[in-house]
Design a protein around this ligand. Sequence first.
Ligand SMILES: Nc1nc2c(c(=O)[nH]1)N[C@H]1C(S)=C(S)[C@@H](COP(=O)(O)OP(=O)(O)OC[C@H]3O[C@@H](n4cnc5c(=O)[nH]c(N)nc54)[C@H](O)[C@@H]3O)O[C@H]1N2
Ligand SMILES: Nc1nc2c(c(=O)[nH]1)N[C@H]1C(S)=C(S)[C@@H](COP(=O)(O)OP(=O)(O)OC[C@H]3O[C@@H](n4cnc5c(=O)[nH]c(N)nc54)[C@H](O)[C@@H]3O)O[C@H]1N2
Ligand SMILES: [Mo]
Length: 916
Amino acid sequence: MKGRAVDRINKGRLGPKGMYGWVSMKAEDRLKTPQIRNVETGQLEPATWDEALSLMVEKAKGLVKEFTPHSIAFYTSGQLMLEEYHSLALLGKAGFGTLHMDGNTRLCTATAAAAMRESFGCDGQPGSYVDFDHCDTLFMVGHNMAATQTVLWSRILDRLAGPNPPFLIVADPRRTSVGHAAVENGGIHLPARVGTNLCLLNGILKILLDSDEFHDSDFISKHTIGIDALRETVKDYPVERVSEITGVDAELIQQAAEKIGRSKRHVSTCLQGVYQSNQATASACAVNNIHLVKGAIGKEGATVFQFNGQPTAQNNRECGCNGEFPGFRNPSNPAHMQELADRWNIDVKTLPHYGQPTHIMSLLKFIENGSIKMLWISGTNPAVSMPELARIRRNLASKDLFVVAQDIFPTETTALADVVLPAAQWAEKTGCGTNADRTVHLSHQAVKPPGEAWTDMKIFSEFSRRMDFKDKDGNPLIPWTDDAEAAFNHWKYTSKGRPVDYSGMSYEKLTGGSGVQWPCNDEHPDGCERLYTDFQFPTTLDTVESYGHDLFTGTVISPQEFKALNPNGRAILKACHYHPQEEFVSDDYPFRLITGRVVHHFHTRTKTGRSKELEDAAPDVFVQISDADAAELGIESGDMILVESARGSLEGPAKVGEIARGDVFVPFHYGSADQDNEGGKKMRSRAANELTLSAWDFVSKQPTFKGGAVRIKKVDGVQIHAVSGQYKAEQDRASAHKGEGLTEHKKEDHHRHLEDAIGEYDVFSKAVLDKMLELAKTHADEMELRLGLKLHHKLCAQASERLQPVIDKYGEDATQAKTDVETIVKALFPRHRLGSKQFQVMSDFTGFQTLLSHLIGWLHVLAPSLLALHDEESNKLVLAASHLFEQARAWANDHNKVAAPQALIVPVVRHPDPPH
Ligand SMILES: Nc1nc2c(c(=O)[nH]1)N[C@H]1C(S)=C(S)[C@@H](COP(=O)(O)OP(=O)(O)OC[C@H]3O[C@@H](n4cnc5c(=O)[nH]c(N)nc54)[C@H](O)[C@@H]3O)O[C@H]1N2
Ligand SMILES: Nc1nc2c(c(=O)[nH]1)N[C@H]1C(S)=C(S)[C@@H](COP(=O)(O)OP(=O)(O)OC[C@H]3O[C@@H](n4cnc5c(=O)[nH]c(N)nc54)[C@H](O)[C@@H]3O)O[C@H]1N2
Ligand SMILES: [Mo]
């Protein structure tokens, strides 16, 4: 392994993982042949590709037929190649048309993508690594670059040692090498407590906005919207209050903000200390805000990096394997979806764009509910990397879930699968990866994959062929099998004209020299160094990738609301108040847990754990605590510590110092796959995710790996667990189907709720229509009401009639609805309102709106469900009916609003008899 001096990114340098990690490629225990779990013995046994794929195809076809494609889910990686994600997206979104495609990128950079969509309208890193060479201040938020991006860190160290070094500001509860470098070079380390980013950033923004010298009013007014709300929000964050919440000296915060304020060329970076911490998207957007108020974007040496972690996390997002749509297309924009369908030559109905894409944490819920019956995992090891491992294992080992795991090594996850597929890894295959400054690198195959391992691309496309997935003209949906260049060319066509435009690239252009930055097209034939140099952002209604969210609650902004905001090419300053972490520390669990990385290991160590140099350098988990806490608890470095949360526990040696008081850090790399396992007895629990909780950011849905509550205590040597969780899950999996054969998912044993929802609609629409006539009668003396109700009744009754065929087509079960309707109507229309007639009308109309809302609620769940069944016609009828009922509700609401002031504030003579 060597770096390549011509390359614009690494300039010939390698980090420790690059230098020493590759040896694992030759490791003896690479997966070399497919495996299928033998239902008699419960063990995984070697099988041929034909056997493995045939079993999967049989299972998948059966599920699609009986349970729709939405009973099948994909969970992929940030470590495959662009061409492989593109193949997988075709398979999942165009072949199956399943709603359920997510990746470990959800755990990784979902927030980066979300924050760029919120602020700039679209995913896509605005800056260039060259900007690190030119900046005068560098602000790193929750980013331990010295451990996690060592090659780029060398570039920063060059700057710090060279002429005109940048002023380095680091926000991290731990004093990492990055924090040390800041302080040693006259910069600032802000050791803000875990979970307080947004408070700190709002405080900094306040200082920037309070002084004309520190922001660019001209840029703000010309190129942004939202400044008033931002000012209004950050005024509540005076530096003293911020200091109290974050635990950082007020003077330091003030200095840091002033440095940023005075800088001419400012660069910021965010990573997991933001994305996996409290209020992730809001905090990442606050960093974007710093750049927008200073006009520090789209210029040399001035930009923000919403960093990526994994080598190809960016490609996963670009290709649409992480809840996005290919080419950063907006699923709520019909024109975007039609364009994609045309490029792929498929029916737009197949594209699952009718709901919010499922994120992995809600996928878990569906697995638990039993509605996901097949899960295909590729290039990720959730049995170590996902939060709350006990829950993950329970799901993966569940008898009713058919699990396929596609990896290069046996892992904690493959050990729980029904089918294991051996993949080729990088260097054994050809394909592209795109980094955090949009540079696309092509890496050519250098060596052969071991045994019978296939490339991930070949696995996905061969499976698609066996599923018989075709385009509109009856040609194979994925026409390539192992031809990466053919896949790349198809992707070029898919991305053409989008912000993420690869159309001007070719394998030839990407070979031999340096990588090329997208967009690369006729306008930018050699790629494009920076985005937004003209300060035009993709925030028009036609271009925007997402209409965005309210950052505090995660509520989706509707196209209408977005239209009213009218950013129209301007960036969006998104404001949000700080809110403390969801799980509070308590007397029982007084410490906050931070989980993260060390320099020598990569994630779940499948590669780095097989390199002697790296494993020797970091052989075990550790528990880092502050000097003050250690002194209080009588703990010294090396003492064995038990860490417990409400969900699980682990044990590891203590490492004292360089962390904020009250915070505890544990690296998450260490699973159990390489532990000495004498029947499970000797396995010391040491995976950080035994402790973490199933909580996530409301906007990006990224799990909060930083910040749960734990307690710690010194223990005497290793507390040996009788049976560790992973070992037990493996036993469960092995015995799950013993002697029975795989779970047969029989339709007869299942219940579908579509018929229940139709029953609800039917019963409540009748109730609404009856109520319209009844109210028209009760209030017959008020002509406006009487006529209005009758008109609405006529329209709604017609719409209901038109819906009858839908009821007939699917059938209905109204048992539950029938028992509910009476109670609800009775409660909504109390008979004895004392007082005026006007007040009685108001009460009736309020109840009427609620009854309508209940009905509309059912129509709103039916609409996307019918689309998911590709029944556009029924969907249209439901939407039409829903529109008319909504109109009736708006009318009633309007009536009440107009009448209210008079009815409520001017006293009238008491009405002796209630009018009913
Ligand atoms: N050696 C190595 N390098 C890697 C990886 C690896 O596993 N090993 N993984 C790669 C991947 S996929 C990723 S995503 C990146 C991740 O790279 P980083 O984000 O740099 O790594 P982490 O250790 O997860 O977290 C960074 C820092 O956030 C701090 N932090 C925790 N909570 C908070 C908080 O509330 N606020 C602030 N301001 N800081 C906080 C932690 O103390 C930690 O030092 O690294 C990539 N590079
Ligand atoms: N507590 C805690 N948990 C975390 C984090 C944290 O900071 N704290 N960080 C999160 C983040 S940012 C990330 S990115 C995730 C990472 O979590 P994972 O994705 O689970 O971690 P990896 O070990 O990288 O898993 C990748 C798997 O793919 C396999 N693999 C490698 N190359 C290939 C290939 O070409 N093809 C196939 N099919 N397989 C391949 C590897 O052997 C490995 O088993 O962890 C998340 N989990
Ligand atoms: Mo990551």
